[in-house]
Design a protein around this ligand. Structure first.
Ligand code: NAD
Length: 459
């Protein structure tokens, strides 16, 4: 690793151990400063995102900068409350005593971000990290050089490097950073790289949050409001050019409404992006040639019922609907992460189960239905990170809901207060009184054995 990165890490460790981040007012002042900087650079951030992969200003505001401003507002408003030690009821066996949980920062944390929501996913964990009193190093994705640069500029304008720093670079930089000993690692990206990060963390027994991905099912039953379902599926799927970790990956549609839903999906795509989405200012491009080529392979030998047009020069793939892909085709073997939506039909619930349980636990699940018995059963029956009934993606937009995966789609969660808790060690402390000392626990135990069996009741 470069000497500068190592210098930053040791400077951050010193800054932390000197107690610089302890004061809540100090932390809050940086949250405020960061908010001011994000607001003043909002246009430039949107431009960087457009330059990186043609993301529209509307989507950049909605899914990047405004989410960060909302998270900052929440942290600024509630920091004192979140950080307050929590008194809990003392246990009787410890009588006389008091007990509390102290929220303590871990120390120096590493945040590794992906490219698909590159600004939001670098800064959102940072807010939790600094609110909780840590120092932090952010490694943005190398696939979005413009956003990476502006993220670095913003951080430089707000923080000294010994508090928060951005280390730009690709895989080698990330690996070199992972060789260091961190107090916490927060990673967002693919399950494949998540495994590498987890292994690196294990070497030092470093705690982690892993925000990963998966194949997210979206079920539409025969009672669903088809028009509205189509509108909401098209929005959630083709947002960010389909490059969204919580986008519906594939549809499971009841056989009786299959044709009607496909027609409604086509109409909604036309309404959103016109006859030629390539000319729509709202439709992004695929991030790089590697991902473009990967998606072309997924399209091979598939039954395209809508879209399918591609343009290598622009890395453009039209919003595309695929009918009944084979389960052993590459499209159904991996997370799609692009603007291609396979549609599978089902007749009974066993077929839903057979399909969903083919895959690892997904990050999200969506179900469109008017039958409460049906959607409640689906929500209960399958393990997934989070999800929505009768819409897609929007569970992300509630800071009171912890966001994260389960199993292969991730470990841990964040957003709002949960971000603060994620970056805080919960230190449990009991204070004993000295005016009484019940002798029961001390040896010689002799006839006290009967008490040993009863003490659990008083813990
Ligand atoms: P990625 O795993 O390829 O890269 C993520 C980060 O890891 C980048 O900063 C990259 O430089 C770094 N990296 C790459 N190779 C590495 C290595 N060998 N060792 C250490 N670090 C390495 O992911 P991506 O392509 O940027 O993002 C897409 C994936 O992320 C999808 O699977 C998607 O579902 C997932 N994702 C999840 C969430 C979530 O919140 N759960 C959000 C966005 C994306």
């Amino acid at each position: 690793m470069s000497v500068t990165a190592q210098t930053i890490i040791s400077a951050q460790k010193k800054y932390f151990s000197d107690g610089k981040t302890v004061d809540l007012k100090y932390r809050k002042s940086f949250l405020k400063k960061l908010k001011g900087e994000v607001i003043s650079k909002e246009k430039a951030i949107c431009k960087a995102l457009y330059d990186d992969f043609g993301k529209s200003e509307f989507e950049s505001l909605l899914t990047e900068t405004q989410i960060i401003i909302a998270e900052l507002n929440d942290a600024i408003k509630n920091l004192k409350k979140w950080a307050k030690p929590k008194r809990v009821r003392p246990s009787l066996v410890n009588f006389p005593s008091s007990a509390k949980i102290i929220k303590e920062p871990y120390g120096t944390v590493l945040i590794i971000a992906p490219w698909n929501y590159p600004f939001q996913l670098a800064l959102s964990p940072l807010i939790g990290a600094i609110a909780a009193g840590n120092t932090a190093v952010i490694k943005p994705s190398e696939l979005v050089p413009n956003t990476s640069k502006i993220t670095a500029d913003i951080i430089k304008n707000v923080f000294s490097e010994e508090h928060v720093a951005v280390v730009e670079g690709g895989k080698e930089t990330a690996q070199a950073l992972l060789n260091e000993k961190w107090d916490y690692i927060f990673f967002t990206g693919s399950p494949k790289i998540g495994r590498i990060v987890y292994q690196a963390a294990a070497k030092h027994l470093t705690p982690v949050t892993l925000e990963l991905g998966g194949k997210n099912p979206c079920i539409v039953d025969e009672t669903a409001n088809i028009r509205l379902a189509a509108k909401r599926i098209v929005w959630g799927k083709f947002l960010n050019g389909g490059q969204t970790c919580i986008a519906p990956d594939y549809l499971l549609v009841h056989q009786n409404i299959r044709c009607e839903l496909i027609n409604a999906l086509k109409e909604e795509i036309l309404l959103a992006y016109s006859e030629n989405p390539q000319t729509s200012p709202d439709y992004p491009r695929i991030i790089n040639n590697g991902h473009f080529e990967r998606l072309l392979v997924l399209l091979e030998n598939q039954n395209v019922v809508f879209g399918g047009k591609t343009d290598k020069k622009e890395r453009y793939i039209a919003p595309t609907l695929i009918s009944e892909p084979k389960m052993d085709s590459p499209m159904m073997q991996e997370e799609i992460f692009g603007p291609i939506l396979p549609i599978l039909s089902y007749i009974d619930e066993q077929q839903i189960k057979d399909t969903i349980t083919t895959y690892e636990k997904p990050l999200s699940l969506y179900v469109f239905s008017k039958k409460s018995g049906f959607y409640k059963k689906i929500i209960r029956q399958y393990a997934f990170g989070g999800g929505t009934i009768n819409d897609t993606v929007v569970h992300f937009a509630n800071k009171r809901l912890p966001f994260g995966g389960v199993g292969h789609s991730g470990i841990g969660a964040y957003h709002g207060k949960k971000s603060f808790d994620t970056f805080s060690h919960q230190k449990s402390v009991v204070k004993r009184g000295n005016w009484l000392d019940i002798p029961l626990r001390y040896a010689p135990y002799g006839k006290k054995i009967k008490w040993a069996k009863k003490l659990g009741k008083f813990m």
